[in-house]
Design a protein around this ligand. Structure first.
Ligand code: HXC
Length: 516
């Protein structure tokens, strides 16, 4: 064979590999409203940047006639490329090849990109679309999953890991996305569950559809397993690109700085009037976030789960920041089990990847009741407390209104090593609100008074004056300054600038014992 013929043969093999499971299966994939693995990679990465690995890998199974069913590259497309010029490693399961089911060799391909990503310090993006363990391969497929999980674990906190679920993700396979930092699901075409509807029916008798059991809506509203749901794959892919723009390459680097076109001293008069006179009236924390961050741009994470707390990424003077804010518009911004878990994981992600935290506080306390106590709100609340307390990234806190009791401490207070803690003049930093406090402190006086209602109102007024303000905390230095609300953007940016060189190291240990 001449050299030219050999080159031609290579080209033919490449073309064959690019067809995955073949035209018919590609058509079937499209008919379901799904892209193929290669199409997804092409959309996700900068044009022409994809460097593919292991295109000629084939599975090694001979069971059940598998030796006659081989596809170049097997059921996953792997490699690296760039997003806005920055290196990422990627694997995309190819449903057109034996349902994207995971074989021993497929696992080896995925592990190879994960190992490369760890070697050079770049994120891994995994696109999942698979029927799970390749049944014909038995324990070798299981071992393959375990190899992937082990790498997910070791990579956690070293390189960002993002999972896109664009098709089925069932059985133990769900644990790889669960171990990664962010999971995104497409509505109507993706699902995640440990056991499918048939097994559920057999074991519990429950009738449930795939969508009801583990669709995007379930996991972004009820379970919190997934962080984002998108209506189609195009939106999913641009969301992954957007998310990645806020993240550093690894835990030794900082997130890329973007040029800031929004004046840093921009004042927003809205903020001087946003807090209602009635303390029980809500307002929308998104308006505050929008007024403070660069160009009002905010990428919300977990938008539909535990809406009483808001988390997400924004930029301040071009620097990537993680925003955590109570939402008075939803359950009065109370902290509960789900809100604590949601925010704690986000705080830990930001801390692991050198992303400063900006915390906006308006929290009336922890949600009372047996439901919460039996569900271990103590342990879950402790997670958020722990996350803030261990975080060594710059932490800037602004208290807008309520900051009561335990929830005051949890929301990045000064003693949990909050670096710069500001308060608006409307802040109420106290052990509890005036209503509760007056009734506890003066129950006897009120009962014995000729006019109990008047007495209660007077006592509330007295308590309010004394405690429900920012100056009491400021007097002790627990608040660094009381600031004009409309100047919040400038003050936070200046605080972050001041903290740019912050270095803080926790005591050496094997690892911590976070209250799980
Ligand atoms: C081998 C598989 C497969 C699998 C699908 N295929 N899943 N082959 N092992 N796990 C094959 C099908 O036989 C079919 O081959 C092709 O992929 C496409 O599948 P279809 O069933 O035609 O597609 P669809 O109708 O869209 O249904 C998709 C599906 C279904 C819902 C995912 O295929 C399915 O239920 N698969 C089995 C799921 C499962 O139970 N997996 C094991 C989970 S346990 P042909 O040749 O006909 O095109 C697990 C343990 C992991 O994963 C543990 C890790 C710790």
């Amino acid at each position: 064979m001449s050299q030219l013929e050999k080159v031609k043969e290579l080209m033919e093999l490449r073309a064959k590999a690019r067809l995955g499971g073949g035209e018919k299966r590609i058509e079937a994939q499209h008919a379901k409203g799904k892209y193929t693995a290669r199409e997804r990679i092409a959309l996700l990465l900068d044009e022409g940047s994809f460097e593919e690995f292991d295109m000629f890998v084939e599975h090694r199974s001979t069971n059940f006639g598998m030796d006659k069913q081989k596809f170049l590259g097997d059921g996953v497309v792997t490699g690296c490329g760039t997003i806005e010029g920055r290196l990422v490693y990627i694997f995309a399961q190819d449903f057109t090849v034996i349902g994207g089911s995971l074989s021993e060799t497929m696992a080896l391909k995925i592990c190879k990109v994960m190992d490369m990503a760890m070697k050079v310090g770049a994120p891994v993006i995994g696109i999942n679309d698979s029927g799970g363990a390749r049944i014909q391969e038995g324990v070798n497929a299981l071992a393959g999953y375990a190899e992937i999980f082990q790498r997910n674990i070791l990579a956690s906190g070293v390189i960002p890991q993002i999972s896109g679920i664009f098709g089925p993700c069932a059985g133990g396979a769900v644990y790889s996305p669960a171990l990664t930092d962010f999971t995104l699901m497409t509505e109507g075409t993706s699902y995640m569950f440990l056991t499918g509807p048939k097994v559920v029916k057999t074991v519990t008798g429950e009738d449930v559809t795939q969508e009801e059991l583990g669709g995007a809506s379930v996991h972004t509203t009820k379970s919190g397993v997934a962080h984002f749901s998108v209506s189609n794959e195009d939106d999913g892919i641009s969301l992954i690109r957007q998310l990645y723009s806020f993240l550093p390459q690894n835990n030794m680097e900082e997130a890329p700085r973007k040029e800031c076109t929004d004046p840093i001293a921009r004042m927003d008069d809205l903020l001087n009037e946003i807090i209602p006179d009635n303390p029980n009236k809500p307002y929308d924390m998104f308006e505050v976030i929008g007024a403070v961050v660069d160009n009002g741009e905010f990428l919300q994470v977990h938008a539909n789960y535990a809406k009483n707390i808001i988390i997400g990424f924004a930029r301040m003077n071009g620097q990537s920041v993680g925003v955590v804010a109570n939402q008075p518009k939803y359950l009065a911004g109370v902290l509960d089990i789900n809100a604590s878990r949601k925010a704690a994981r986000f705080v830990r992600f930001c801390d692991a990847f050198n992303i400063p935290l900006v915390t906006l506080v308006d929290v009336p306390g922890f949600l009372p009741g047996t439901g919460q106590e039996y569900g271990a709100v103590i342990t879950h609340g402790a997670k958020l407390l722990y996350a803030y307390g261990e975080a060594t990234v710059p932490k800037v806190t602004v208290t807008l209104r309520k900051s009561y009791g335990g929830s005051h401490i949890v929301m990045s207070c000064k003693q949990l090593r909050g670096d710069i803690n500001y308060a608006w003049p409307t802040a109420e930093i106290a052990v509890m609100g005036a209503d509760g406090a007056a009734e506890v402190l003066y129950a006897k006086d009120i009962k014995e008074s000729a006019n109990p209602a008047e007495e209660l109102a007077a006592k509330k007024e007295e308590y309010n004056k004394l405690f429900c303000n920012p100056f009491n905390a400021a007097r002790y230095g627990y608040i660094d300054d009381v600031i004009e609300p409309r100047n919040t953007r400038f003050r936070v940016i200046r605080a972050l600038e001041q903290l740019r060189t912050k270095k803080q190291v926790n005591p050496a240990k094997k690892h911590d014992n976070l209250p799980l």
